[in-house]
Design a binder for this molecule. Structure first.
Ligand code: GDP
Length: 296
């Protein structure tokens, strides 16, 4: 089920219970069941759904009072619990600081949208007045540097890369050094992906991370991969201590639920969502905004 349908189903479950003249326990249970089913069908991990259902029920049970407008209480409880589900316990995303070098290292599997997201992120910060540079440390995929160069040129972002150096650690390190020397404030390092999670990829990630010591590592993940998102994020988290997630392709038929589970499994917040192929299609993420939009 795509996110828009999930929102519609939750909304209709809530309005079903709130439009009846008496809000009885049975009606509330039916609502909880329908919301849970909708979340599971959107690939949210079943443990998370059961947990949320319990919390939602106890919140409604304790806050409901005779003679009070219980419908508002139910609506608010559903909204708050959904926020909590995507909020990752309020863990804060790294905020780049002005007038110093903030190194952002991007990791993720090939095809997730990493290179595209690097440019989007560069444009996002450049528009906010930061001096931003892009480093292509993907020496694995032929054409990776050309892709980054093309995007960066179009967006007028300075870039660094090499056609001859094969060691990604060297390229990453040289690029970061160069931009640091030139007083760049945000240095975004694109690293290589692979078709699947494999030892070489994780070793390379660790080596680059150890060398350039990023201020923040960000995992880029395709939101449309469903339940695979959770195990993918866990596997990456073992090698790379990423502190934020960017979910791409949220404009497509993404169910998004798998990604929500990945956030919970790795206790890592979502920083941005990608909403299209254009360089401006990047939105900063907050749980409240996301849930408001989901519920229309
Ligand atoms: P990488 O291999 O991870 O570097 O992936 P790329 O940046 O090359 O992106 C793979 C494909 O996904 C490209 O066709 C991008 O245009 C597309 N893409 C990336 N982000 C988004 C997004 O947010 N929405 C949509 N619809 N497509 C995206």
């Amino acid at each position: 089920m795509v996110l828009a349908d999930l929102g519609r189903r939750i909304n209709s479950a809530v309005s079903e219970v709130t439009k009846s003249s008496v809000v009885d326990g049975n009606a509330v249970d039916n609502m909880l069941k329908e919301i849970s089913n909708a979340l599971v069908e959107s690939d949210v991990n079943i443990r998370l759904v059961i947990n949320m259902r319990k919390k939602l029920k106890s919140k409604i049970d304790t806050e409901e009072k005779p003679g009070v407008n219980n419908k508002k209480i139910i609506q608010k409880a559903v909204f708050d619990e959904l926020c909590e589900l995507v909020d990752c316990g309020g863990v804060q995303v790294y905020k780049p600081k002005r007038k110093q070098a903030n190194v952002l290292m991007m990791v993720g599997l090939q095809g997730a949208g990493k290179t595209t997201t690097c440019t989007k992120l560069a444009v996002y910060y450049q528009r906010r007045g930061f001096k931003v540079g892009l480093v292509c440390a993907d020496t694995f995929r032929a054409g990776a540097f050309d892709q980054l160069k093309q995007n960066a040129t179009k967006a007028r972002i300075p870039y660094y890369g090499s056609y001859t150096e094969v060691d990604p650690v060297t390229v990453a390190s040289e690029g970061v050094q160069k931009f640091k020397k030139e007083k760049f404030e945000i240095i975004i390092v694109d690293t290589s992906g692979r078709h699947r999670q494999e030892k070489d990829l994780f070793e390379e990630m660790v080596q680059i991370e150890d060398t350039i010591k990023p201020s923040e590592t960000i995992m880029v993940m395709d939101a449309s991969i469903g339940q695979a998102a959770e195990s993918q994020a866990r596997a990456f988290k073992e090698s790379s201590n990423f502190g934020a997630i960017i979910l791409t392709k949220m404009d497509g038929h993404a169910k998004g639920g798998g990604a929500i589970s990945a956030v919970a499994a790795t206790k890592t917040p979502i920083a941005f969502i990608g909403t299209g192929e254009h360089i401006h299609d990047l939105e900063s993420f907050t749980a409240k905004q996301f849930v408001s939009k989901l519920l229309g």
